[in-house]
Design a protein around this ligand. Structure first.
Ligand SMILES: Cc1ncc(COP(=O)(O)O)c(C=O)c1O
Length: 404
């Protein structure tokens, strides 16, 4: 039987959709809309959760995809005393953007030139004696260091067996005025599991490491262990500072517990084409997806090169005109197809991949579940091809846990 020609609709973009979304401007392919009011709200909330401890806003990896410098500035204005990053280039980019407050960076390689970092008064994490000597040699006026103990995650940090040597070397170098030990710290592996025995074990190991360091004469002003989940679920882990990433981006750190955080990022685009297909038609690469009935497809210009996880395709949906519509077929590099069924959809209509979830649109947590990963993975994967746009004004009123 001859197939009917596909129907093509080309729409005209409007500034606001009938469903109230702040839609992207005409002629813009797609964007990550970052709500800085949400970041501000989350930082203030985490300040409360931290209690008497300081808050470090973790803004590594381009602030989990949200845009490093805009987020950092918002976090500092709303009570974050420290900023945390992984690399020297992230730390220096914060300084170049005019942020003068305390910054900690925690990854560097043997022999890396850190003279600019140290001259910019950026604190550096240290896990082993050779790193300590390397830093001391590069800082004529002394390096600010945070000694890291591995309490059970088996990632960075000195193992408990190597801790005494690191502490003794640090105490010697501090007495000689070559370094200043500003922090002792570690990282929790399992803080999002309430009542985790592993976390309890990590806390015990951390306490012992601290006691040893104090006996050796180290008196760092900052002891820090908790991430977002630890700050909430393991109050003893707060010590002098909480290092929070996930929560300041609005992702609830402990599944099933609502702190009242506001997801800050909406990944949105417009439908660029619609196409009517017949029952039985295959969609996208391979033979994995077939239409059960005659239906309409909406073409969305986002794919795995933009950070949409290809492996989520079987379960994922996209919000178009007030309805969660399933992704049809495999997600391709630049595009994905959505089965909109009988929902009236035209080219130019807004399509939200994920947002705060208040209207029913998918959230980053939904996408993480569909892709069998964690929300940070989805957020960090949003590629440079997606422009970030910042909305400083509040446009929503009813978030759980928020007072007016
Ligand atoms: C050393 C360190 N501290 C704190 C954080 C923040 O953790 P979260 O995003 O769970 O708050 C991270 C994130 O990976 C980290 O690597």
């Amino acid at each position: 039987m001859a197939q009917a020609l596909p129907m093509l609709h080309f729409g005209v973009a409007q500034p606001q959709s009938a469903y109230g979304e702040r839609r992207i401007a005409r002629g813009v392919l797609n964007e990550a809309l970052v709500d800085l009011d949400a970041i501000a709200h989350n930082v203030r909330l985490m300040r409360q959760v931290a209690g008497s401890a300081e808050l470090m806003a973790v803004v590594k990896a381009n602030a989990y995809g949200h845009g490093q410098n805009a987020v950092a500035r918002t976090a500092v204005r709303n009570g974050a005393a420290w900023l945390g990053v992984a690399t020297a280039s992230e730390a220096l980019s914060l300084r170049r953007s005019g942020l003068k407050g305390p910054i900690l960076m925690w990854l560097h390689s043997p022999g890396e030139d850190l003279r600019t970092v140290l001259a910019e008064q950026i604190d550096v994490a240290v896990s082993a004696s050779p790193q300590l000597h390397d830093l001391a040699a590069q800082a004529p006026t002394g390096a600010n260091v945070h000694l890291k103990i591995d309490t059970g995650m088996a990632r960075g940090g000195a193992s408990p067996g190597d801790w005494p040597a690191l502490v003794s070397a640090a105490a010697r170098l501090e007495r000689a005025g070559r370094i200043r030990v500003r922090g002792i710290w570690s990282h929790l592996a399992d803080a999002d599991t309430l009542g985790s025995r592993r976390s309890a074990e990590q806390l015990r190991t951390f306490q012992q490491a601290l006691a040893f360091a104090r006996t050796a004469g180290l008196k760092p002003p900052l002891v820090h262990l908790a991430n977002s989940a630890g700050a909430f679920a393991l109050p003893k882990s707060r010590y002098d500072m909480v290092r929070s990433g996930l929560a300041i981006y609005g992702i609830e750190p402990v599944p099933g517990h609502v702190l009242g955080l506001r997801p800050a990022l909406t990944l949105q685009t417009s439908v660029i084409l619609t196409r009517r297909i017949r029952a039985g038609a295959h969609v996208s690469y391979g033979q994995q997806w077939r239409a059960r009935t005659d239906t309409t497809l909406a073409l969305v210009p986002l794919g795995f090169a933009d950070g949409i996880p290809r492996q989520a395709g079987r379960n994922a949906s996209v919000w178009i005109n007030g309805v969660r519509c399933p992704v049809a077929g495999s997600i391709t590099m630049d595009q994905l197809m959505v089965d909109v069924g009988d929902v009236p959809v035209r080219a130019g209509d807004p399509a939200i991949v994920f947002g705060a979830g208040l209207k029913g649109e998918p959230t980053v947590t939904d996408w993480a579940q569909w892709a069998e990963t964690i929300p940070s993975d989805i957020l960090c994967a949003i590629s440079d091809r997606v422009p970030r746009r910042y909305v400083p004004q509040s446009r929503r009123t009813s978030f759980p846990g928020e007072t007016a």
